[in-house]
Design a protein around this ligand. Structure first.
Ligand SMILES: O=C[C@H](O)[C@H](O)[C@H](O)COP(=O)(O)O
Length: 220
């Protein structure tokens, strides 16, 4: 099975978490895109969706799925999104597409977080395969980079990229992420950091992994 087929498999499997007559949250990226295409089948059963990025809002609208403002709705029943890495505690690294801040907001506003990914995303320790994206206020970029070096990371500026919030991204390599909860807090404590891509405090509740033998479901 190709990685694309595995993404489609988990996108389909996530539909069972979509409750009728509710507003749901939708993530960003290639796996979330597969989910949006599947969600189109249920568009008359849900009230609408809150998007975690402009790209996701555009794709939802292209299917005729109502896109709602988070400020106008209460708690979302479920948030469905992909990840760059996941560990066995369902803690994640996200932000490969630069949408981490809005993703973290929508995930926090949701009763349940269903993460969908192909099995290659499951790791023993976060940060071993993927870098950690950090969204920063543009004027603070160099200052934040120096503080991250003190934490042991090697920050690289994602040049020619601006987030939906008008900010910049530092991709941090070589972090030894032994305690994701502590590191998430430590990085967010640096003045000028908007958010980092560690989803340890608000981790996933369900992880659906696409494998050659079908969908594997991990739950906490
Ligand atoms: O900012 C991007 C998001 O965090 C994505 O969820 C993440 O990068 C995974 O994307 P994909 O499903 O394309 O691997």
């Amino acid at each position: 099975m190709t990685p694309e087929e595995k993404k489609q498999q988990v996108a389909k499997a996530a539909l069972k978490y979509v409750e009728p007559n509710t507003v749901i949250g939708v993530g960003t990226g290639s796996t979330a895109n597969c989910f949006i295409d599947e969600l189109a089948k249920l568009k008359f059963q849900i009230e609408g969706a809150v998007a975690s990025s402009q790209a996701t809002a555009d794709r939802l609208k292209s299917h005729g799925i109502p896109v709602l403002n988070l400020n106008g709705v209460g708690e979302l029943s479920v948030y469905v999104d992909g990840a760059d890495e996941a560990n066995h505690h369902l803690q994640l690294i996200k932000g490969g597409g630069g949408a981490l801040t809005r993703e973290k907001i929508v995930a926090a506003a949701s009763a349940k977080f269903v993460c969908i990914a192909d099995e290659s995303k499951l790791v023993e320790q976060l940060g071993t395969k993927f870098y950690l994206p950090v969204e920063v206020i543009p004027m603070a970029r160099s200052f934040v980079a120096r503080q991250i070096v003190k934490l042991g990371g090697n920050p690289m500026w994602r040049e020619n990229f601006i987030t939906d919030n008008g900010n910049m991204i530092l991709d941090v390599y070589n972090l030894n992420i032994i305690e994701p909860l502590k590191l998430e807090t430590a990085i967010n404590s640096i003045v000028g950091v908007v958010e980092n891509g560690l989803f340890a405090h608000r981790h996933a509740d369900v992880l659906l992994l696409g494998t050659d033998n079908g969908v594997k479901e991990l739950m906490i």
